[in-house]
Design a protein around this ligand. Structure first.
Ligand SMILES: *Cc1c(COP(=O)(O)O)cnc(C)c1O
Length: 404
């Protein structure tokens, strides 16, 4: 059977739900920062599966851990103990300074689990009347795709015709501490927020925002829940993005790079009694905390630290950002980023970002547009200076063209 690009795309279109509109490249292999399509063309991956492949494609040490564990024991369910879970707990707690860990699979599940946990904490510890708990979230948030989560999205595409939605969420502008102050009531149990809004277009809040947020949450006994599913594990040049402002969340959510792209692994981490409110039978997941996931996550965390990927994200991120800023092109409206979480926002008149991403494909770079006019750039954290410089040449070539 021939599997040309055309055939595969036609088959996908015929059988698959059309909930994505991928760029027309069919990938078959990956190694480090590189991926190859079925025709043998090589690309620098500047998306890293939305930051899930931070350790680089098919990292040999994560692969070895996965293969070894897969041949021994993959799933026990939490009805029994397995010999990887305790070690995973110990290592993720040591890495992040957390006291309690709840292992889940997808990022959205970690978010849902955090929502359930902070509500329970609100009723059982804070003393909010049953059914009255409020959670504050930000406009333009992205926390996943489950029903609970899309119910408090402000994006019409994300919410449209999926209702009715659960009550109990209040939406305030991102980066506005006064709005948080005004929104908190005695029934507020948590503020759920991304340190940097990734899907919204790499939106970085004003300096000092999270310091104020931390103070407001502490003063009002409100749990600060940081969704670090995209920003965490080195992406912004620090282990956790909260470290840029020297604060500590009460609840931290990790996912994506927690498995280096091998397997869905997420976790809710808490520094206090939020997770302590969960009793046997009150929450769970068949796959959450399975030995394969734990072995993969342990290896993914280990290589991140041992191979200096977090420091490299800071160094190469600064180089990439400066290089993008140095590109003189009237298509560019703004360049921003922290670590290797970068974005180029185009002038609305410059045409859709998608066109630029398609042109970048022709230059051997895979990047993803977001919100019409923004190109998001997030290569694996193992990228080298030479690779950054090469990527910058391609970006310069494409950004100085006009696709309007
Ligand atoms: C990707 C992402 C999620 C959802 O993770 P899934 O694994 O896709 O469910 C949640 N929050 C943020 C900030 C993300 O980037």
């Amino acid at each position: 059977m021939s599997s040309s690009v055309i055939d595969l795309l036609a088959t996908e279109a015929r059988f698959g739900a059309q909930n994505y509109q991928p760029i027309g490249v069919v990938l078959t292999r990956g190694e480090g920062v590189w991926v190859w399509d079925i025709e043998g063309n090589r690309y620098l991956d500047c998306l890293s599966a939305y930051s899930a492949v931070s350790q680089g494609h098919c990292h040999p040490k994560i692969l070895a851990a996965m293969v070894e564990q897969a041949g021994r024991l993959t799933l026990t369910s939490r009805a029994f103990h397995n010999d990887q879970l305790a070690l995973f707990y110990e290592e993720i707690a040591a890495l992040t300074g957390s006291h309690k860990v709840l292992p889940m699979n997808s990022g959205a599940e970690a978010v849902e689990s955090a929502i359930k946990s902070v509500r329970k904490w609100g009723y059982e510890v804070k003393g909010v009347a049953d059914g009255q708990a409020e959670i504050i979230v930000c406009a333009d948030n992205f926390h996943g795709r489950t029903l609970g989560i899309v119910g408090f999205s402000t994006d019409a595409e994300t919410r449209g015709h999926f209702g009715p939605f659960a009550p109990g969420f209040k939406i305030i502008p991102f980066g506005d501490a006064a709005a948080l102050d005004a929104a908190i009531t005695p029934n507020t149990v948590a503020f759920l927020v991304e340190p940097i809004q990734g899907e919204a277009g790499v939106i970085i809040p004003p300096a000092g925002y999270f310091t104020e947020v931390r103070e407001l949450c502490t003063a009002n006994n409100v749990m600060l829940v940081l969704d670090e599913i995209q920003t965490g594990l080195g992406r912004t040049g620090k282990l956790l993005a909260e470290q840029h402002e020297g604060i500590e969340a009460d609840v931290t959510l990790l996912g994506k790079a927690l498995s280096g792209g091998f397997y869905p692994v997420s976790a809710v981490l808490s520094n206090n009694d939020v997770l302590g409110t969960l009793r046997p039978g009150q929450h769970g997941s068949t796959f959450g905390g399975n030995p394969l996931a734990c072995a993969v996550a342990r290896a993914a965390m280990r290589v991140l630290v041992e191979e200096g990927m977090i420091e490299n994200a800071a160094t190469q991120g600064a180089r990439f950002l400066q290089g993008l800023k140095d590109i003189r092109a009237n298509t560019i409206r703004d360049v921003r980023g922290r670590g290797l979480m970068l974005a180029v926002e185009l002038h609305p008149e410059a045409g859709r970002a998608r066109r630029y991403c398609e042109a970048l494909q022709g230059k051997g770079i895979l990047a993803k547009d977001t919100h019409e006019h923004t190109i998001r750039i997030a290569p694996p954290l193992v990228i080298t200076s030479d690779q950054v410089d090469w990527a910058l040449e391609q970006f310069a070539t494409i950004l100085t063209q006009d696709f309007s």
